[in-house]
Structure formats: structure tokens, C-alpha cells
Design a protein around this ligand. Structure first.
Ligand SMILES: [Fe+2]
Length: 288
């Protein structure tokens, strides 16, 4: 299918910058288009479409390498935490998943599954209730913000030794980009950020790239990475079992089992922004 204007003009992640080898060509797919990219010895990046339809734009930002297929790229979303000098910027890796990237984002926004999917880490029974939170659209940036999210978590992060009430802000900055800001255990007035940068390989395959922007003097990079990979491994079991692989946008396709304001807002926002790539539409049926 044709790729929606908003996605076509957007920057999409292709690799974590530290995973790139100098002077070695890398191949991947973006929105169904095969691309090749490399970094030269001077640190310059180069990318081109494999189908011969020309070079593409490529930049390194937020510890990640991004490509835009359009000649008229959108502006980047802002994540000022990356500029704070005392932040630890740690990648939790890139995982290829057989599901629409929109499903991966929606799953990332799902606090309701904490006690069941992340038992003993991000939630535990009997604390299964999702307390009311606020969802708003930042009209100027065209982003979704969910604030006042709270959850009692047995082990909220690699530095949390005892259960704490964690406060969250979720932010959907792009159809395939979401960020989570959470209580920072060693610095209560600041917040750790976890970035989920999803690369849409096609409508039914994606790569989830995760980057942590943390305040943490205690854990090694290995420990931070292992914690986040454990959490994502639990999510993976949910993601690979999604049916259909693409995300239905019409409410009637899925039974709302709980008041899930964030997922509803995300689906509505995708509809309003005319994002169809990676979504599921009911096949046309013949009139009886
Ligand atoms: Fe999860």
C-alpha cells in the first residue's frame, strides 16, 4: 500500500549508533523499502535506497541512527534529557518482532498488564487496579501525553530494592515513537526516561529499539540493560501473539476489557492523523 504522508516524511530509527561498524554497509527495510547505509571513518553517514531511487537522508540523534525516505522530512521531536550531562544513555538493544509497530507502541502504553505480564517487577497482585490518569493532546507538538499515572511496583527499576509507588508520564511523540518518564529512585525531583523507537520494516514486522536516559550511579550498563531486556522479553510474549498482526483502529474490533484511556487516545490520534500503514481494516464483505 501507499505509505501515509505523515509516516513517509518522518524520521525512522534503523540502528543504535554504537551497534554500527565503521565502513561496513548495513542493510535494512523501512516502510517496505530496502535501504543501505554506512558510516565512514570521519563519522559521516550515508544512506541510499537499494532500488536505485536515490540517496536518503540519515542522521544520528538520541543515540540512534535515523533515516527519512522523503525529500521533505518532518522536524525531530524534542527529548531535552539527552543533553543533560549527568545522564546515563544506555541502549537496551533492538529486537525484531513479527507484529505491526503500532501494536508495539500500544503495548508499551499498557499499564493494566503490569501485574500480569511483569509480575514481581512492575506490578503484583492484588494491586491490579489502574488508577485514573489524565490524557491530553499537546496541540502545538501534535503529541499525546498521559500524566498522573501511578502504580505500586515491587521492583520498579534496577536500583529499586523495595516496592514503591511509581509515578509515570507517557508521551507518544510520533506514530512509532513513545517515551516513558518515571520516578527516578536516586533523584526524586527528576525523572528517568525510556524511549521506545520503533522501526516499521513493513506493516506486519518491526524492530523495537530501546534507549534508556537514566540518572543512576549504582548499576553497570550491563545491569541496566539486563533489567530492561527482562521487561521487554515479557512484553515480547504478548506481542508475538497479537491477532491480527496489524492494529485495528475501529473500536468494534476489540472488546474493551477495561477503561483504557491511553490506548483509545492513541487509536483516535492515529485516525485523526490519517495513519493507515500498519493498521487493520475489515476486509470488504459482500452484501447478503
Ligand atoms: Fe509491558
Amino acid at each position: 500500500m501507499l505509505v501515509d504522508e505523515m509516516l513517509w516524511r518522518d524520521w525512522h530509527p534503523v540502528i543504535i549508533a554504537t551497534d554500527m561498524e565503521v565502513e561496513r554497509p548495513h542493510r535494512t527495510t523501512l516502510l517496505g523499502v530496502p535501504v543501505s547505509y554506512r558510516r565512514d571513518r570521519d563519522g559521516g553517514y550515508h544512506a541510499r535506497r537499494v532500488d536505485g531511487k536515490g540517496p536518503c537522508r540519515i542522521v544520528e540523534r538520541y543515540a540512534t541512527v535515523w533515516i527519512c525516505l522523503s525529500d521533505a522530512p518532518r522536524e525531530f521531536f524534542a527529548v531535552p534529557e539527552f543533553d543533560e550531562p549527568d545522564r546515563r544513555i544506555v541502549s537496551a538493544g533492538s529486537i525484531r518482532v513479527h507484529v505491526s509497530g503500532l501494536r508495539a507502541i500500544e503495548n508499551f502504553l499498557d499499564m493494566g498488564h503490569f501485574p500480569f505480564v511483569h509480575t514481581g517487577y512492575l506490578g503484583a497482585e492484588p494491586h491490579t487496579e489502574v488508577l485514573p490518569y489524565k490524557v491530553e493532546i499537546d496541540a502545538a507538538a501534535n503529541e499525546i501525553l498521559a500524566t498522573d499515572c501511578r502504580f505500586v511496583q515491587p521492583r520498579a527499576s534496577a536500583v529499586a530494592a523495595t516496592p514503591i509507588e511509581v509515578s509515570y508520564t507517557y508521551r507518544v511523540a510520533r506514530p512509532y515513537v513513545a517515551l516513558l518518564y518515571k520516578t527516578c529512585v536516586p533523584a526524586p525531583d527528576r525523572r528517568d526516561a525510556i524511549c521506545l523507537f520503533v522501526q516499521p520494516l513493513s506493516e506486519e514486522w518491526c524492530v523495537a529499539h530501546t534507549v534508556m536516559v537514566y540518572i543512576d550511579d549504582v548499576n553497570t550498563e550491563q545491569e541496566l540493560r539486563k533489567f530492561q531486556q527482562t521487561i521487554f522479553g515479557q512484553d515480547l510474549m504478548i506481542l508475538i501473539n497479537q491477532v491480527p498482526k496489524r492494529m485495528p483502529l475501529e473500536a468494534r474490533h476489540e472488546i474493551p476489557v477495561r477503561a483504557d484511556a491511553m490506548a483509545s487516545a492513541y487509536r483516535r490520534w492515529l485516525r485523526d492523523n490519517k495513519v493507515a500503514y500498519g493498521t487493520y481494516a475489515e476486509p470488504a464483505t459482500e452484501e447478503a
